[in-house]
Design a protein around this ligand. Structure first.
Ligand code: PGA
Length: 250
């Protein structure tokens, strides 16, 4: 049985005071792993503020460069680990679209994260145009294969996948449980073609306008093992309600 995991992606939101306020409303939930990914500048504040609550902390991105050195503005995987992170999101569609991250970049970041002992959360997903063209599966396969090619299938014992249809992110337009399940099953089958055992244990989260009202039905699907939550993770009450729904699906 896979243990569900709910991760909050705060994106570029917050100030020190609002971060303290949000931290105060978070607590561990039985039967489910919980983590939050604040902007890098707030990571220490969150690690210290959540101390003892049993909630993990992650980053939203990591440098392509592994070793310390002349990389102005970059934050390495090893620095994230040193700061108290256990997770890092890689390949979020906003970074692919706005920062030009390629599948190869994402695969390198994923590998750097693993080597630093972090659990990468690999985001994959199609745009609306790609869905309408009927190429959802080939897009997701390409994104997944880039990482499989560099890190191998066994990496998914220590990593997470988040299926995030781009058209559902921040739009209020959630994938139906059936639409999401179809892609989750496809991802698991793709892993199973390499190693059926790893595939059966790999955790695949859904992301894209998940909220308290739709979390339970999404997470009731057989291949949906939790959520990556953007907007709704900025309200402690909503985020906790989603975590409770995941606990109920466990
Ligand atoms: P959303 O974002 O929940 O606001 O749609 C999800 C994400 O981008 O991870």
């Amino acid at each position: 049985m896979r243990r569900p995991i709910v991760v909050g992606n705060w994106k570029m939101n917050g100030r020190r005071a609002s971060v303290d306020h949000l931290i105060a409303g978070l607590r561990a939930v039985g039967g489910v792993d919980v983590a939050v990914c604040p902007p890098a500048i707030f990571i220490r504040q969150v690690v210290e503020g959540l101390g003892g609550k049993g909630i993990g902390v992650g980053a939203q991105d990591v440098s392509l460069y592994e070793q310390d050195g002349a990389y102005t503005g970059e934050v390495s995987a090893s620095m994230l680990s040193d700061a108290g992170c256990s997770y890092v999101i890689v390949g979020h569609s906003e970074r692919r679209a706005l920062c030009g991250e390629t599948d190869e970049d994402v695969a390198r970041k994923f590998a750097n994260a693993l080597r630093a002992g972090l659990c990468p959360i690999l985001c994959v997903g199609e745009t609306l145009e790609e869905r309408e063209q009927g190429v959802t599966e080939s897009v997701v396969a390409r994104q997944l294969d880039a990482v499989l090619g560099v890190s191998g299938v066994a990496a998914f014992e220590r990593a997470l996948i988040a299926y995030e249809p781009v058209w559902a992110i921040g739009t209020g337009r959630t994938a139906t449980p059936e639409q999401a399940q179809q892609v989750h099953a496809f991802i698991r089958a793709r892993l199973a073609a390499h190693d059926a055992g790893v595939a059966s244990r790999a955790r695949i989260q859904y992301g894209g306008s998940m909220k308290p009202e739709n979390a339970a039905e999404l997470m009731a699907m057989p291949d949906i093992d939790g959520g990556l939550i953007g907007g709704a993770s900025l309200k402690a009450e909503d985020f906790m309600a989603i975590c409770a729904a995941a606990g109920g699906a466990a």
